[in-house]
Design a protein around this ligand. Structure first.
Ligand SMILES: [Fe+2]
Ligand SMILES: [Fe+2]
Length: 169
């Protein structure tokens, strides 16, 4: 395949307007709320998308690679709609179907789903620059307002880290 056909023109803005993405981001956040987990809604994924894009902008990666990191950031947590356990891998498979239906090229899909499938610390590795940017972006979104668990004695490791942070940039 020649170099040009490896890229599509699907944008982060189109992803943000997609109805499946919208419903899955909101539902996943609601289900995590039921379980007492920290906030993972539009605020989280929107911020992760822009941090991931910015990491690659500062490192001088091509514009399209920056955009793909933004897309990966926006949909990295949709797997929580299936289950919290292994949500990175279920998100990657959901993203595969979604992006394919939107007309994204296999080369771009491979980059995005590898990043999404590697964003969980238990099983993730920075297998390519987009994965590295996504991991950094996701882990740097910490703030006390993300904590939804009202019982401090039942705080998990994520609650404790987030609750400790009043400013992060
Ligand atoms: Fe996640
Ligand atoms: Fe996340």
């Amino acid at each position: 395949m020649d170099e040009k056909n490896k890229y599509s023109n699907i944008t982060l803005e189109e992803i943000k307007k997609n109805s499946i993405v919208n419903v899955f981001v909101r539902s996943a956040n609601d289900y995590l709320g039921t379980l007492g987990y920290t906030e993972h809604g539009v605020r989280h994924v929107g911020l992760v998308a822009s941090i991931a894009e910015n990491v690659l902008l500062y490192l001088d990666y091509p514009k399209r690679i920056q955009e793909l990191a933004g897309i990966a950031g926006y949909i990295h947590d949709i797997g929580n709609v299936v289950n919290r356990q292994d949500h990175g891998q279920s998100a990657a498979l959901l993203a595969m179907r979604l992006l394919k239906d939107m007309g994204m090229t296999p080369e771009e899909i491979a980059l995005i789903i590898s990043a999404i499938g590697n964003h969980e610390e238990e099983s993730g590795d920075p297998v390519n620059p987009i994965a590295a940017a996504l991991i950094l972006a996701d882990k740097s979104d910490v703030h006390k307002t993300r904590v939804r668990n009202r019982d401090i004695s039942k705080y998990d490791i994520h609650d404790r880290v987030n609750f400790a942070v009043e400013r992060s940039f």
